[in-house]
Design a protein around this ligand. Structure first.
Ligand SMILES: *Cc1c(COP(=O)(O)O)cnc(C)c1O
Length: 333
């Protein structure tokens, strides 16, 4: 497997640190917890989409595009990192937002990620909850073409085989770090949404024959749907890399018991997890993804899910910029 075969631009600060969390580990009285700091990728306050964008933006350049189009929720971390990447490499950026969160506060609609999108100069359109987002992006692409420009559509979350290469790369990086310090990783845990992160991680972990189980904590869809989505993209990604047949259905495990009332709706477990990490380790996690991912990992440790495992790596996928959009919904007590 040679990732350098794929066009790539440099956007992220790599390698991201792998940090031990001694105070959290002691508090939970379970396995040792490490975080892979992909919240520190560096582009526009960082996060997991930056790794995907290194490959996606390179593909946009290869296609001679001059306008990047993508979509997400109003507080999309993916949209914010895409807006920053577009600015850095001289693309116009068009963002289509689904008003996925109903009864949203003023802070949700104006602060956090969406404020940064505006700073990065992206053009923003909002469409109703439940809109066909691929359709909506196609409409924008037609306008761009009619204007004599070349559009490049990045799917929601940057999740296609090209974007997932970013997380194949992340696993190579993580395994090198583990080997360097003689760390045996017994599990990788992270928040899973549009599936590109988990698909890339699973493909990389399998391609390296690392034998590390990967657990995605869902933030949106029910388990079966989430696992099917990740499985499909894992197969497409391994095929794209010339490694078809690499991933088996059993390699894909998602736990979707921590979604609560829905995407972007706070849960008590998430709130508690955010406070715990802030106060024990001085780390910031987000309400929509990494906070729910952590809540899942913490609860599962308590239930003995990782028993006999010594070391767990939680991939911190970022998102803390979204805290400012949620400050009125989160308790600091
Ligand atoms: C997008 C995102 C995820 C989920 O990654 P997917 O590749 O969409 O599954 C997790 N955490 C944060 C902070 C994100 O922005």
């Amino acid at each position: 497997m040679l990732l350098s075969r794929f066009p790539r631009v440099s956007l992220a600060h790599l390698p991201t640190p792998l940090e031990h969390l001694p105070r959290l580990s002691k508090h939970l009285n379970g396995p040792e917890i490490y975080v892979k700091r992909d919240d520190c990728t560096g582009l526009g306050t960082g996060g997991n989409k930056t790794r995907k964008l290194e490959f996606l933006i390179a593909d946009a350049q290869k296609n001679n595009a001059d306008v990047i189009i993508t979509q997400g929720a109003v507080q999309s971390n993916h949209a914010r990192q895409t807006a920053a990447a577009a600015a850095k490499l001289g693309f116009q950026c068009e963002l289509v937002f689904e008003k996925r969160v109903t009864d949203a506060s003023k802070a949700y609609m104006e602060s956090g990620n969406v404020f940064l999108d505006q700073l990065f100069g992206a053009n923003i359109r909002e469409v109703a909850k439940g809109s066909d987002m691929n359709d909506e992006m196609e409409k924008v692409a037609s306008e761009i073409r009619a204007n004599g420009q070349v559009p490049y559509i990045i799917p929601g979350g940057g999740s296609n085989p090209i974007g997932a290469l970013g997380y194949v790369d992340c696993v190579l990086e993580l395994i090198a770090q583990a080997n360097e310090r003689n760390l045996v990783i017994d599990s990788i845990v992270h928040a899973t949404g549009s599936a590109g992160t988990q698909a890339g991680i699973v493909v990389g972990a399998k391609a390296m024959n690392s034998n590390i189980p990967v657990l995605g904590i869902g933030v949106n869809a029910p388990k079966k749907l989430q696992e099917e989505k990740v499985y499909k993209l894992s197969c497409e990604t391994s095929e794209y890399m010339g490694l078809s047949g690499l991933v088996k259905r059993d390699d894909i495990v998602a736990n979707c018991d921590y979604v609560g009332d829905g995407y972007g709706v706070p849960t008590k477990g998430m709130n508690d997890a955010i406070l715990l990490l802030a106060r024990l380790e001085g780390l910031l996690f987000d309400p929509v993804y990494s906070g729910k991912g952590l809540a899942g990992m913490i609860d599962l440790i308590g239930r003995g899910y990782f028993k006999n495992q010594r070391n767990i790596v939680f991939i911190h996928t970022g998102g803390a910029t979204g805290l400012f959009a949620y400050h009125d919904l989160l308790s600091t007590k």
